[in-house]
Design a protein around this ligand. Structure first.
Ligand code: SAM
Length: 388
C-alpha cells in the first residue's frame, strides 16, 4: 500500500523529491510552507493541490489527522540553531515556535487517539543537537513511544563535493525498529551517529571539511558545471567592485576540486561563509595571483581587482547548485552513480516559474536540502532488521 506522507516546511520540495526518488512506495499528499515564492516553485514541480501556504503554528491535530498520513517529513527553520548566528536563541526564538507547536501540542494529541505518524524524518543544521528544542523533541518522541536515531551527515560522505553538515532525526513507533545502529553496543541512547553502516562512503569524521582522505571517491566539481560559454561567465562573474572590497575573503574552488563549502540562503549577497566561488581558469596559481593583487591594493591601486580577471572568478549558477544539491542530474555521462536514480523511475528536474528572480532562486536553494542524502535516509527509515 502506498505510504501517505506530509511535508512540513516544504520550501521547494527537497524532501518530496527524495521520497519520490526512493525505493519506498510513498506519496506526499499535503505540504505546508508560508513562503509564497517557495509554494509557487513547489506547485509547478510537484503538483498543484499539494502545498498549502500556511503558518504551521496554526495547524491543528484534527486537521492533520484528516490526512491519515503515516510518514511526516520536516525541515524546520534553522536560524534559531545555526552556528552562523551568534544570537541564536534555540527554543526561545520565535522562529522555533511552530515546530515546538507540532512537537509539544500536535503529536501528543494525535498519539492519544493513536493517529500519530509511524515514521518521522527531521532535518536541521548541525548545532541543533545542542539546543533545548532537540531535548524537548527527543523526550517527547520517547514518551510517545518512538524509537529514534540521530545523525550528523554531510553530502561529502555520499561522494558529492559539498560540505553541508546537517542534523537528522529518524523516528519510528515501536515495535518497528532500526536495522543496525540500535544494536551497536558502543553507543548510548543519546549518541549522535556519524555514519550508517552500509550507507554512503566509509567515513571517519564528517566535521572534516577537506575531503582529501576520500578524494578518490568524491566527484570532481566539473561534472556538476554548466557547459558555459563566454556569455555564461559574464553573467555569473564577480564584479571588480566586490573583488576589490572582499576578494580576499572568498573560498575559491576549481573544476577539478572535490569540495565546496556550505551554500547558504545568502549566496551572492554575502561573502564569508555563504558558499564557494569558482575559478574557471585552472592554469593559474590562485595564491600567486592573489599575492600580486593584494600587493597592488596595499599600494593604493583602486583598479587592483583587474589583476584577478585572468582567474575568471564567478559564482556557481542556480542550475549548478541544483545539481550539487542533487535536485537535478547532469546529462553528462561522467556523472557519479550517486546522482542517478537507481530504481528505474525517471528523474525529474526542478524548474523555476519565470517570475522567480535569480536572487530568490539562490535563497530557496540555500534553504533546501541535499536530496540524495535525504533519499538514502528515507530508504534507511523503511529498512527493518532481518529476523533470524
Ligand atoms: C530550512 S527551509 C526548508 C526547505 C525545504 N526542505 C526545501 O527542500 O526547500 C524552512 C522553510 O520553512 C518555512 N517556514 C518557516 N517557518 C514557517 C512557519 N511558521 N510556517 C510555515 N512555513 C514556515 C520557510 O518559508 C522555509 O521555506
Amino acid at each position: 500500500m502506498t505510504i501517505r506522507a506530509l511535508e512540513f516546511y516544504s520550501g521547494i520540495g527537497g524532501l518530496h523529491l527524495a521520497l519520490s526518488r526512493s525505493t519506498v512506495d510513498g506519496e506526499v499528499i499535503g505540504a505546508f510552507d508560508w513562503d509564497q515564492t517557495a509554494c509557487a516553485v513547489y506547485s509547478l514541480n510537484h503538483g498543484k493541490n499539494i502545498v498549502h501556504k500556511i503558518d504551521i503554528s496554526t495547524l491543528s491535530a484534527p486537521a492533520l489527522a484528516a490526512y491519515d498520513a503515516t510518514l511526516w517529513l520536516l525541515s524546520p527553520a534553522c536560524q534559531p540553531y545555526t552556528v552562523l548566528n551568534p544570537n541564536a536563541k534555540g527554543a526561545a526564538d520565535p522562529r522555533a515556535h511552530s515546530f515546538l507547536h507540532l512537537v509539544q501540542n500536535v503529536l501528543p494529541e494525535l498519539a492519544r487517539s493513536n493517529q500519530h505518524p509511524h515514521r518521522l524524518i527531521i532535518e536541521n543544521v548541525a548545532g541543533f543537537e545542542d539546543s533545548s528544542t532537540r531535548q524537548i523533541l527527543v523526550s517527547t518522541l520517547r514518551t510517545i513511544g518512538y524509537r529514534i536515531v540521530e545523525l550528523l551527515l554531510t553530502p561529502l560522505q555520499f561522494g558529492i563535493p559539498n560540505s553541508r553538515l546537517r542534523y537528522y532525526l529518524l523516528a519510528k513507533t515501536a515495535p518497528l525498529c532500526f536495522a543496525h545502529v540500535l544494536t551497536d553496543s558502543s553507543g548510548g541512547e543519546d549518541r549522535i551517529w556519524r555514519q550508517i553502516p552500509g550507507v554512503g562512503l566509509p567515513w571517519t569524521d564528517p566535521r572534516f571539511e577537506d575531503a582529501s582522505d576520500t578524494s578518490g571517491m568524491v566527484a570532481q566539481l566539473r561534472v556538476y558545471l554548466d557547459t558555459g560559454d563566454e556569455e555564461h561567465y559574464l553573467k555569473h562573474k564577480i564584479s571588480d567592485r566586490i573583488l576589490q572590497k572582499w576578494g580576499r575573503l572568498f573560498d575559491i574552488v576549481k573544476p577539478s576540486s572535490r569540495r565546496t563549502c556550505c551554500f547558504t540562503r545568502g549566496y551572492t549577497q554575502l561573502v564569508e561563509r555563504a558558499g564557494s566561488i569558482l575559478q574557471e581558469n585552472e592554469d593559474l596559481d590562485t595564491t600567486s595571483v592573489f599575492d600580486t593583487f593584494l600587493q597592488a591594493q596595499s599600494l593604493g591601486d583602486s583598479t587592483a581587482a583587474s589583476l584577478l580577471e585572468p582567474l575568471r572568478l564567478r559564482y556557481f549558477s542556480p542550475s549548478e547548485l541544483l545539481r550539487i544539491f542533487a535536485f537535478n542530474t547532469s546529462r553528462d555521462e561522467s556523472v557519479p552513480e550517486s546522482m542517478v536514480s537507481t530504481n528505474g523511475i525517471e528523474v525529474r528536474q526542478l524548474t523555476w516559474p519565470n517570475t522567480v528572480s535569480t536572487k530568490s532562486r539562490y535563497k530557496l536553494i540555500g534553504n533546501s536540502v541535499n536530496v540524495h542524502v535525504v533519499q538514502q535516509l528515507i530508504e534507511y527509515l523503511f529498512r527493518e532488521p532481518k529476523m533470524n
